[in-house]
Design a protein around this ligand. Structure first.
Ligand code: OSB
Ligand code: MG
Length: 385
């Protein structure tokens, strides 16, 4: 990026993407993470880097997993989409703003995770080129810290779960989320509430229930939960609108919200009281910003979800949470919880008061440690304009 002398802050920036690199990485997780849809011991994911001819670059992390058990996309489908449909549109395109990316890719239906991977790399490219933190480029409110929460997977037994909760509460996390599924639900919450009557607590079912379970789900109302996340089918907003009036605990939607249109629909039919925003799930940061604005208009709180990201995606999540609507602690936790060695330095850390500092450096804001990226890389592909 050449900076044009004499032009003010509002100078027009034109960035032509001439090279895209996509790699798949494998990183061991420090714990087994079990949800109602499966369990993982390692993080298997894609990173995309976009380049201009004069050496500017940006990086984006994909939230797709090895298998299509959370949502339909996988590392394989994302690789296919980028190679055959998205990279050809991005390569050679002269971007005047990161917002353009969504329009450029709009002819492709669905494949939000694939689109978000490149879109987030292009946001990072612009932020670095401007020499400012990603959150600023995105239009964040300039807050210096965000509130951190934590997501605890299904455990072997209740004592094991209580031990995890104890550890995370002691670490300062401002909100505890636990995973549930039929057969492992009310008694978990009951046990936690006995020991921790006052903590901010919520549950995430990852679509493990049906409307026929409404009475069971109403049982959660006794435990003063902040919300119940995605109790019903991943693709069914209407069913959630039928459940919400039957329970007092606010429903939060995760899987069902893959676009701003879905957010509008869900809110308009009363399917949820809270929305979990994951940039990777909604096609990127622009759509995250739109959903946040839609929710704010209807006074629906939002928070930022997580997908066990490496530091690269984790930092993007930190910046996203500087947008005004993010009022609740999210699922962004410390790098150390997940990995012996993260891909960034410094790693994301959580202070004793349960906050994370927003990086002030350009782009995602911390240094990418390329030797670690290389070590974790299984394969790499590159395309040039
Ligand atoms: O539903 O929020 C979810 C992880 C993988 C897939 C789906 C979800 C999650 C988490 C983990 O809850 C949040 C995190 O620690 O990154
Ligand atoms: Mg969830």
């Amino acid at each position: 990026m050449r900076k044009v002398p004499g032009l003010g802050k509002r100078q027009e920036m034109k960035l032509k993407v001439t090279r895209i690199e996509v790699r798949r990485l494998r990183m061991p997780l420090r714990f087994r993470f079990e949800t109602s849809f499966g369990a993982v011991n390692e993080k298997s994911f894609l990173l995309a880097q976009v380049f201009t001819d004069d050496g500017a670059w940006g990086i984006g992390e994909c939230v797709a997993e090895h298998d299509p058990f959370y949502l339909p996309e996988t590392n394989g489908t994302v690789t296919h989409l980028i190679r055959d449909f998205l990279a050809p549109l991005v390569l050679g395109h002269v971007f005047e703003s990161p917002e353009e990316t969504d329009t450029l890719l709009s002819r492709i239906r669905g494949h939000e995770m694939a689109k978000a991977t490149l879109e987030m790399a292009i946001w990072d490219l612009f932020a670095r080129a401007k020499g400012e933190p990603l959150g600023k480029t995105l239009g964040g409110d300039g807050r210096e810290k965000i509130s951190a929460g934590v997501s605890i997977g299904l455990q072997e037994d209740i004592p094991g779960l209580l031990e995890k909760v104890t550890t995370e509460v002691a670490a300062g996390y401002q909100r505890i989320k636990i995973k549930i599924k039929p057969g492992k639900d009310l008694e978990l919450v009951h046990a936690i509430r006995n020991e921790f009557p006052k903590i901010r607590l919520m549950v995430d079912a990852n679509s493990a229930y049906t409307l026929a379970d409404a009475e069971r789900l109403r049982g959660f109302d006794a435990f003063n939960l902040m919300m119940i996340e995605q109790p019903l089918a991943w693709n069914d907003i209407v069913e959630h609108s039928k459940l919400q009036p039957q329970i007092a605990t606010p429903v939060c939607l995760d899987e069902s919200i893959t676009s701003n249109a879905a957010a509008e629909s869900a809110i308009s039919i009363g399917a949820c009281g809270i929305i979990n925003i994951k940039a990777g799930r909604v096609g990127g940061l622009l759509n995250s910003r739109k959903i946040q604005a839609t929710a704010a208009k209807h006074r629906i709180p939002v928070w930022c979800g997580g997908m066990l990201e490496s530091g690269i995606g984790r930092l993007a999540n930190v910046h996203l949470q500087t947008l005004p609507g993010f009022t609740l602690p999210g699922d962004t936790s410390a790098s150390r919880r997940y990995f012996e060695e993260d891909l960034i330095e410094p790693g994301v850390t959580v202070a004793a008061d349960g906050t994370i500092e927003v990086p002030r450096g350009p782009g995602i804001g911390h240094e990418v440690i390329w030797s670690r990226v290389e070590k974790a890389t299984v394969y790499k592909d590159a395309w040039t304009a």
